[in-house]
Design a protein around this ligand. Structure first.
Ligand code: NDP
Length: 460
């Protein structure tokens, strides 16, 4: 690691940026530190360094434009009033309208949304599309809520959020706990309030102007990226290979689907209560039925497939995750942040895993990333590998703006092209800056370059 360039004490500079606005936000600091350490090679150019400094680019980049915080009150099925917090972090709109998902999960707080919003700036920059970075959500827990309660909550949430969004201002999408059903409720409430049928959200159901393939886009995109990365790194293809996937939500389901289409054998999935290991390959139709229709625990999978193994969280390795103990050719963490620890990274390496592709946002801890980068495996970082979702959201914005509908083949071809382009750009950038094969640094440098160039051209 570089410790000093232009006589800057790198660690001291990072500490200063931390104190600027994020001393309390652990995950935000984790994300910020990774990016700042990656982009140091850029500072070796005197011209770049001088410009950066005079424009205070780093301080501006790690400070959100605004954080909107509001109360959400709604009636539960027993006619009791419930209270939650709602948030929207509008981080950076140098390249386009703020763009990023909404997360409904009890763990949501300002720090998590700042981390996700910050990652989103660079991810969106990597797509080459005109979208800025933002993120939002609520500490509302959708688990165990009736459909009516979900609708009441979404309606109440949009009553506040609607004041801050618009097709050219800020265009939220889904994330954990927010899928097509929730986006549909949010969109229809916005439409009622404003009498305007406009592309203010993406990931909408098709009849509200949603793009075909948006649900599939993140998961499929991860696999398109991985396929190209394995080719560029001279590794064998995914065909016929055992793969492990964590999560059982939108990203995981579609990563599993695309892996199966390519002839790979995904053998695991997980939710917050446990892991399924099905050595013959995951039964995807059953998984979709359990998670998308019945919305039940993965444990129920075993009722149909008694030969599969169900590992409850209580039996996970200490400081590790059951999914990563299964030997595999390629691993796909697709559930949530920090779900792949140092212990897991070492287990994957010991078991001969060739690549890890991050479908979830920042699923690997900093120590795990460091260890994987030192090994022979390829590591596809989230901000590059899972950018297919937001890219397709941008396609949805284009379709809404022109009141048109693209076909599935058109969207799929554009998605694949964007993912290949991101992969090749990240790989070439890593090579250009002397860190060949390091896709983490390559993604951070390429994303940072694009957004910082735009920021330097802005008025202050
Ligand atoms: P979903 O809500 O559809 O699925 C999330 C899955 O992860 C569920 O199986 C859930 O289990 C599990 N999970 C969530 N939190 C935890 C936790 N704390 N511990 C263990 N398991 C957990 O979300 P998505 O699939 O949409 O998102 C997954 C990841 O991908 C997130 O990191 C998200 O930010 C990222 N992402 C999503 C995009 C999208 O287009 N949807 C785009 C880019 C990134 P359970 O149901 O039991 O809670």
């Amino acid at each position: 690691m570089l410790e000093s360039i232009h006589n800057i004490d790198v660690k001291a500079e990072i500490a200063k940026l931390k104190n600027l606005n994020c001393a309390e936000d652990d995950v935000f600091f984790q994300a910020m530190e990774e990016v700042l350490l990656s982009i140091l090679p850029l500072f070796e150019s005197d011209e770049f360094y001088t410009k950066m400094k005079s424009h205070s680019i780093l301080k501006r980049l790690v400070t959100p434009d605004r954080i909107i915080k509001f109360k959400v009150t709604w009636f539960d099925d027993n006619q009791n009033v419930q209270v939650n917090m709602g948030y929207r972090v509008q981080f950076n709109n140098s390249l386009g309208p703020y763009k990023g998902g909404l997360r409904f999960h009890p763990t949501v707080n300002e720090g998590i949304l700042k981390f996700l919003g910050f990652e989103q700036i660079l991810k969106n920059a990597l797509t080459g599309l005109p979208i800025g970075g933002g993120k939002g959500g609520s500490n509302f827990d959708p688990r165990g809520k009736s459909d009516f309660e979900i609708m009441k909550f979404c309606t109440a949430f949009m009553k506040e959020l609607s004041k801050y969004i618009g097709p050219r201002i800020d265009v939220p999408a889904g994330d954990i706990g927010v899928g097509g059903r929730e986006i549909g409720y949010l969109f229809s409430e916005y439409k009622k309030m404003t009498s305007s049928f406009e592309g203010v959200l993406t990931g909408k159901p098709s009849f509200f102007g949603g793009s075909v393939m948006r649900p599939e886009a993140t998961g499929y995109g991860v696999i398109y990226f991985t396929r190209r990365m394995l080719e560029l790194e001279g590794k064998e293809s995914l065909e016929g290979k055992i793969c492990t996937v964590s999560g059982a939500g939108n990203v995981a389901l579609h990563a599993i689907e695309k892996l199966q289409q390519l002839g790979a054998i995904p053998v695991t999935c997980s939710d917050s209560r446990g892991t399924i290991y099905d050595a013959r390959g995951v039964d995807l139709p059953l998984l979709k039925e359990l998670k998308l229709q019945k919305r039940v625990s993965l444990e129920v999978y075993k009722e149909e497939h008694p030969e599969a193994e169900y590992i409850p969280v209580s039996q996970y390795p200490k400081e590790g995750h059951a999914v990563w103990t299964i030997p595999c050719y390629a691993a796909f963490p697709c559930a949530t942040q920090n779900e792949l620890t140092l212990l897991d990274a070492n287990t994957l390496i010991d078991n001969g895993c060739h690549s890890v592709s991050e479908g979830a946002n920042m699923p690997s801890t900093a120590e795990a990333v460091h260890t994987m980068l030192k090994s022979d495996m390829c590591l596809a970082p989230a901000k590059a590998a899972n950018a297919g979702g937001v890219a397709t959201s941008s396609f949805e914005m284009s379709q809404n703006a022109s009141m048109s509908k693209w076909t599935r083949d058109e969207v799929d071809a554009k998605l694949e092209a964007v993912m290949i382009d991101i992969c090749e750009n990240v790989s070439a950038t890593a090579k250009e800056y002397g860190v060949e094969g390091n896709y983490v640094d390559g993604a951070n440098i390429a994303g940072f370059k694009r957004v910082s160039e735009a920021m330097m051209a802005e008025t202050i």
